[in-house]
Design a binder for this molecule. Structure first.
Ligand SMILES: O=C(O)C(=O)C[C@H](O)[C@@H](O)CO
Length: 257
């Protein structure tokens, strides 16, 4: 069989916009729900969520029940061992946190590629090869892999063009929360200085033709960022949505009957 097409990467190349949602609740039920909710992509977060690498497999299986929805996985770190496990499970797009230099970006690229082009370890009986059925997997695998690096510090912004233009980097994702902390405004993601830094990053990435992604949980801000040219936007986080719904339900019973 043919190696499955990476729809997220194909859409990135067209420079359209893809709407996404963040999965931070482990197991396969929530990824299944999110995959059927009408978003273009669902990100499984192993960096900050209580989701271990081994739990990525059922999450990917659940999301793939909706073939038009792309799964993205954020490993806990820029670590070749984590990459090879997640790629072997069939993830085709990785979002790599906390990339601050072109050298770190090149390290991530290398972990996506088999030797002699990189350091991805080889295994045959994996979901990535559809258990040995994908034709020539080892030679075609990389064509359908997509590497997004996350820039979320002042140093990363200083090195933005060098990171984004590292051969093998497909897109850059700006992390507003860490960026706010790095700029001395922890948690103030809508502070004018943080927004200005994000705008500056978007404009610089557009100027060099590199797709850019962002998390923006307020719909009005998300729409404004999309209008500015962001190519993929995470507009929700499962646990945040659940917490908001729970608080709202509880508040409804504070009111007089
Ligand atoms: O810095 C950021 O912003 C991000 O990396 C996204 C956060 O990690 C996300 O987990 C917030 O829920």
């Amino acid at each position: 069989m043919k190696n499955p097409t990476n729809l997220f990467k194909a859409e990135l190349r067209k420079r359209g916009h893809q709407l996404g949602i963040w999965n931070t609740i482990g197991g396969n039920t929530v990824p299944d729900l999110l995959g059927g909710a009408g978003f273009d992509w669902v990100l499984v977060d192993c960096e900050h969520a209580a989701i271990d690498t081994v739990e990525v497999l059922p999450a990917l299986q659940a999301i793939s029940a909706n073939p038009k929805v792309s799964a993205i996985v954020r490993p806990a770190d820029n670590d070749a061992t984590l990459f090879k496990r997640i790629l072997d499970m069939g993830a085709q797009t990785l979002l790599v946190p906390y990339v601050q230099t072109a050298e770190e970006a090149a390290q991530a690229v290398s972990a996506m590629r088999y030797a002699p082009h990189g350091v991805r370890g080889m295994a045959g009986m994996t979901r990535a090869t559809r258990y040995g059925q994908v034709d020539d997997y080892y030679t075609v695998a990389y064509d359908e892999l997509c590497l997004v690096v996350q820039v979320e510090t002042a140093l990363g912004l200083d090195n933005l063009e060098a990171i984004a233009q590292t051969e093998g980097v497909d897109a850059v994702f700006i992390g507003p929360a860490d960026l706010s902390a790095s700029l001395g405004l922890p948690g103030q993601t809508s502070h004018p200085d943080v927004v200005a830094a994000i705008h500056n990053a978007i404009d610089r990435l557009k100027a060099i033709g590199v797709p850019v992604g962002l998390m923006a949980l307020d719909p009005a801000s998300a729409k404004a960022f999309i209008a500015r040219g962001v190519n993929f936007t995470a507009v929700g986080v499962d646990l945040v949505l659940l917490a908001d719904a729970v608080a709202s339900l509880r508040r409804a019973f504070d009111e007089a009957p």
